[in-house]
Design a protein around this ligand. Structure first.
Ligand code: MEV
Length: 440
């Protein structure tokens, strides 16, 4: 076996972990060690906190934390915290926020907050018997889970429904308990999974012992798995902007408002029926959504997984946003299934996430759903507006140029001159390096 393998890595001290990795995987172990240690937090307590969020930690991975100000959502102005490494995303969100500030701002409403979980099981009994005693089973399921659900019930949440689904046509002997939850201001993943695992045990015992199942072969349930579903189509938020077409105003490339509106509408429509465009269109939405989800320490993988399934809910992957122009009114909106929390998880443990939430006025989960959907819509608006007017590269290249200048160690004066010089010119690493070399 190669010496690059190891057992017991997790038990090494952090310096020993760094040492082992540096020696095994780097040309210059000292340099790698120094670089990894450079990002350790000087405050030991903060570092211990961060290390506690994961395992086998070597260092921290810094990401820029910024804000998009001037976001008016349902009449209230927010500065929206964003964690993202892609240049021009925060600038685009800020620009769209400012643009809509003068046109009534963003509007949003929560259409539902239902979360879901499933107990998947295999059983060869008579399903009509199970259906007959399903009421009794439900009572036992809820009774057994009461110690887990009591607290959530006090907060107004808990289990809201339990259904038995028969999938034996798709897969022999396969059934499912499909369970709905209300988890209030928490995302609820731990709560849901604990309830489901408890339900699985009760189900197993109920079928093994209930007298209606008289045949031994009917008493045997195989629990396949118990887990929440990240697809929550009824935990849904809508965000929209609207204004008379003539209020859209002239655009930076001189495109009149009515033409802009029609081009914009068409661009959004293309993303409805063309999955290639839909994927990129939705990626623009997630530039905004993920940045706020990260800044508030929510689960971006869960959000992405659920929203992409939603985008494909009729069998084809489609745009998540829509645009209409009717009776002279431009309307642009977005529906997103967002399972978020503003309590629990890392929301209050992560020091910067805690600040993010405070900056947003310590929102409820529903308010955060509306803020995040509005940010996604703003991002989408800014991207499509650029695409149908100036093109995306003008803005991107400015940021790209700034990054290259930074990388090449340009002074502030050099950077200013370079910005002027490259206006309207193609930017690449080589052209900027050559320009700097020639001007030095
Ligand atoms: C780039 O990060 C996002 C865009 O490609 C989105 C879009 O094309 O709508 C600009």
């Amino acid at each position: 076996m190669s010496n690059k393998t190891i057992s017991g890595f997790s038990k090494l001290s952090k310096p020993d972990k760094v040492k082992w990795v540096a020696e095994q995987f780097f040309q210059n172990p000292d340099e790698a060690t120094q670089e990894l240690m450079r990002w350790w937090n000087a405050d030991d307590e903060q570092q211990r906190l961060l290390d506690g969020f994961s395992e086998n930690t070597l260092s921290n991975f810094p990401m820029p934390f910024g804000i998009a100000p001037n976001f008016m959502i349902n009449g209230r102005v927010y500065a929206v915290p964003m964690v993202i490494e892609e240049s021009s995303v925060v600038a685009a969100a800020s620009s769209a926020a400012k643009y809509w500030l003068d046109r009534g701002g963003f509007h949003a409403k929560v259409l539902g907050t239902k979360k879901l979980g499933q107990v998947h099981f295999s059983w060869s009994g008579d399903v009509r018997k199970l259906e007959r005693v399903f009421g009794e089973l439900k009572t036992e399921l809820l009774q057994d889970a009461a110690p887990i659900t009591a607290n959530m019930e006090k907060r107004g949440g808990g289990v809201t429904s339990i259904e038995l689904l028969d999938f034996t046509i798709q897969e022999p002997r396969y059934y499912q308990l499909k369970v709905s939850f209300e988890t209030c201001d928490s995302m609820g993943a731990n709560f849901i999974n604990s309830v489901l695992e408890c339900f699985a045990k009760t189900l197993d015992r109920f079928i093994a012992t209930h007298p209606i199942f008289d045949d031994n072969s009917e008493r045997d349930v195989i629990i396949i798995m118990s887990i929440l579903s990240n697809y929550t189509p009824e935990c849904l938020v809508r965000a929209w902007v609207e204004c008379p077409v003539d209020k859209l105003g002239p655009f930076n490339n001189g495109l009149p408002a009515a033409e802009l509106a029609e081009k914009f509408r068409k661009a959004v429509r293309i993303a409805y029926f063309d999955p290639h465009r839909a994927t990129t269109h939705n990626k623009g939405i997630f530039n905004g959504v993920d940045a706020v989800v990260l800044a508030t320490a929510n689960d971006f993988r869960a959000v992405e997984a659920g929203c992409h399934t939603y985008a494909a809910r009729d069998g084809q992957y489609r745009s998540l946003s829509h645009c209409t122009i009717e009776n002279g009114i431009f309307r642009f909106w977005l529906d997103l299934p967002l399972a978020l929390g503003t309590v629990g998880g890392l929301t209050k443990l992560h020091p910067i996430a805690k600040l993010s939430l405070e900056m947003l006025g310590n929102p409820t989960a529903e308010e955060l759903m509306m803020i995040i959907a509005s940010t996604g819509l703003a991002q989408n608006f800014a991207a499509v507006r650029s695409l149908v007017t100036t093109g995306i590269q003008a803005g991107h290249m400015k940021m790209h140029l700034a990054n290259i200048l930074n990388h090449l160690g340009a002074s502030a004066d050099e950077a200013m001159e370079a910005m002027k010089y490259f206006e309207g010119k193609a930017v690449s690493f080589t052209t900027v390096r050559e320009y700097l070399e020639a001007s030095r």
